[in-house]
Design a protein around this ligand. Structure first.
Ligand code: SAH
Length: 369
């Protein structure tokens, strides 16, 4: 770790353990030092090299020359009446993304962003209206979690202030696979956040090839944004369906759970749009589609945003839809709307995306990965 290589410091939030060990080895340092550094950062919440007391002063100096531990700047914090918190974080280059903390009885979920904007163009989602500005880096993705844990206080090791992490903020995580995969590894690593694999959920609109890659690369929970049981309707709501239709998507879902332990299931998200996808007939089609797959359904009452064309399904319609599924023995829950008074609910996250240029599926040839 010579001064010559110290021009732009590398943010440690961007390096998983394999990568950090490799960098240490390259620099002639013992790889186990990498493990120690990660424990300091993720298990003890240490953001300052000088506080890493079991590391020699000499090595701390070298680390500080070459690396940094840096979170995005907090632009705004809003706290909902229900305790949900939303943070607007400024990334390098001036864009901002949003991270949402949702405390509940017995658990607390952090909803993180993976892209600045989104290219998937789902017709009912406000992030989609912005198009995609850019992918977030692994460091930016992980910094959200570290920032939240630090801000909420509590002990990084024992008393967990964050019990679950969901990639359900801004962006399509599987369209930014190269940065999301190391982020998942840091979340699951015992020397990282040490989360259990069932408590980290990747949510996707259905990027089939990356669902397969994820299956092969890491063990984590998967949620699929289905929203419609037939192609005609899904093409309209989730345009990526024109590239990977329901049949291909369900085949990928089957492959995802195949060979995993019996408790593994996929959660299918289904936004409830009044008069669009909420009829009992569609519920029956959905039950048929999920048939004997290991599936749970999560009904999400639509959250409106300025300029949206849809309205939320009536509570009776949501209840009736759920009853049809439950009658077919499909475990169905309705997502409680949280943080909507601060625009922190599902589909309401917009951050501050600067580019006026639209990069959306309808405007550009599909270009994934
Ligand atoms: N791109 C990923 C993750 C982001 S959104 C995905 O599509 O899964 C997380 C969930 O919120 C998705 O199921 C998404 O379809 C849903 N959602 C988006 N906009 C919404 C809105 N306005 N109201 C309710 N849910 C919405």
């Amino acid at each position: 770790m010579t001064a010559a290589s110290a021009s732009t410091p590398v943010n440690l939030f961007g390096l998983d353990r394999t990568e950090l060990r490799a960098r240490f080895a390259e620099a002639g340092e013992k790889p186990f030092r990498a493990d120690q550094i990660m424990q300091w950062i993720y298990r003890r919440g240490q953001g300052d090299f000088d506080g890493m007391t079991n590391i020699s002063k000499d090595l701390r100096g070298k680390l500080a020359e070459r690396f940094e531990i840096r979170t995005p700047e907090l632009l705004a914090e809003q706290v909902s009446q229900d305790g949900t918190r939303k943070w607007v974080l400024r990334l390098d280059g001036g864009n901002a993304i949003e991270t949402v903390y949702i405390p509940e009885e017995g658990r607390a979920t952090l909803c993180i962003s993976s892209q600045v904007g989104c290219a998937m163009d789902c017709s009912f989602c406000s992030t989609a209206q912005q198009g995609l500005n850019r992918n977030m880096t692994t460091a930016e993705i992980i910094a959200q979690v570290w920032f939240a844990a630090r801000t909420l206080g509590g002990d990084f090791q024992n008393e967990r202030v964050i019990s679950n992490i969901v990639f359900m903020g801004m962006g399509e995580p599987l369209a930014n696979y190269g940065a999301v995969l190391p982020a998942i590894r840091i979340l699951l690593d015992d020397f990282g956040f040490g989360m259990s694999k069932r408590r980290v959920t990747v949510s996707t609109s259905g990027l089939v090839p990356f669902m397969d890659r994820l299956r092969g690369d890491v063990d984590t929970a998967l949620a699929v944004s289905l929203h419609a049981p037939n192609d005609a309707l899904r093409n309209e709501l989730v345009p990526i369906n024109r590239k990977y239709n329901i049949e291909e998507l369900m085949a990928a879902c089957r492959r995802y759970v195949e060979g995993k332990d019996r408790k593994t299931h996929i959660v299918y998200e289904y936004v409830m749009l009044d008069g669009v996808n909420d009829s009992p007939a569609l519920a029956r089609d959905l039950a048929k589609l999920l048939g004997n797959m290991p599936a749970k359904v999560n009904l999400i009452p639509f959250n409106p945003f300025p300029g949206s064309d849809y309205t939320r399904s009536k509570p009776e319609a949501i209840r009736a839809f759920g009853e049809v599924l439950r009658a077919k023995r499909i475990i169905t829950t309705t997502r409680k709307t949280r943080g909507d008074d601060i625009d922190a609910a599902c589909g309401q996250l917009v951050g501050r995306v600067q580019s006026k240029q639209k990069n959306r599926l309808r405007d550009i040839p599909v270009r994934l990965g």
